[in-house]
Design a protein around this ligand. Structure first.
Ligand code: ELE
Length: 213
């Protein structure tokens, strides 16, 4: 296992679900991170899909010490650097590219890149990355596909994301090559919009209870 994977795994500390967050209103970042941490999901991924994402990362990282804030939807080296500077402790991408791999190689911040096909897995492996995001998990073939990758790629482990929910998370978590899953279901847009932090805390608590094996 690479040193950066070890670092990422120690940040995760056995958490079975990484909430994937889309924050429109920057004022929501701190209470949302706090609610998720109260529910047991300290490690969160704030996606760069909104204008307020970087400022949301900055605020959550600075004001919620119990949270481990990462950035998601990172597509290139510039975004990698901006997210790292904002205080992201880890970086998630839906895919992998040479540019992103080289940004990650020059940084202390671990990268969780997306990969699906055997060839993509081999590219990641050559770059020393052995913990990958399997995205979009359900649409790409789901738990059956991921299970089939376990034999030839014994050293590679995954965080399946995309179409994962309370309904099917266990199907993934039960696989030997899955460490955790990612998903937006613990912080749905309507609850965030309603600032229903208690509701989100309850969803987080259920997700945190989805132990591996
Ligand atoms: O933005 C990224 O970096 C992505 O890779 C996409 C997200 O992980 C998925 O949008 C979450 O999927 P859902 O749980 O199905 O909503």
């Amino acid at each position: 296992m690479s040193q950066k994977t070890e670092k990422l795994l120690s940040l995760l500390d056995g958490q079975p679900v990484i909430p994937v967050l889309k924050i429109e209103n920057v004022e929501d970042a701190v209470p949302l991170a706090r609610a998720l941490a109260r529910g047991g999901l300290k490690v969160i991924e704030i996606t760069l899909r909104t204008k307020t994402a970087l400022e949301s990362i900055r605020r959550a990282a600075a004001e919620v010490p119990e949270a481990v804030v990462g950035a998601g939807t990172i597509l290139d080296a510039r975004q990698f650097d901006e997210a790292a500077k904002a205080g992201s402790r880890f970086i998630v991408s839906p895919g992998l590219s040479r540019e992103l791999l080289s940004a990650a190689a020059g940084s202390e911040v671990p990268l969780l890149p997306g990969a699906i096909t055997p060839s993509e897995l081999m590219t990641a492996r050559e770059a020393g990355l052995d913990f990958l995001k399997f995205f979009p998990a359900e649409q790409a073939g789901g738990a059956a596909f991921l299970k089939a990758l376990a034999s030839p790629f014994a050293g590679i482990r995954f965080c399946p994301t995309g179409g994962v929910s309370a309904r099917n998370a266990k199907d993934y978590l039960d696989l030997s090559n899955v460490i955790c899953v990612g998903g937006s279901w613990v912080a749905p847009d309507d609850l965030v919009k309603a600032q229903d932090w208690a509701g989100i805390e309850a969803l987080a608590r259920d997700a945190a209870g989805l132990a591996k094996h």
